[in-house]
Design a protein around this ligand. Sequence first.
Ligand SMILES: [Zn+2]
Ligand SMILES: [Zn+2]
Length: 103
Amino acid sequence: MSVCEDMLLCNYRKCRVKLSGYAWVTACSHIFCDQHGSGEFSRSPAVCPACNSALSGKLDIVRTELSPSEEHKAMVLAGLRPETVLDISSRALAFWTYQVNPP
Ligand SMILES: [Zn+2]
Ligand SMILES: [Zn+2]
């Protein structure tokens, strides 16, 4: 498997499409294309198709826009404390690192 450094790939085993537009991210650090995310996570209880983790929490599955608008970027973290901003950033970076360089 090659490591793609500027785009993540759908973690659905038979898909592996380069992700753009919207993607579904999970609390178990997996990410799926819009097609597989909406298909797999519409049933309940939701289970991660990559690692079989149960995803029952409200924020265990989030559909996210991979290239948010300037307006969204300008506002989404506004008002949060600096340590909260950094906490969110470091978790997002850990997610990315896990995806491009799995343990
Ligand atoms: Zn997919
Ligand atoms: Zn998973």
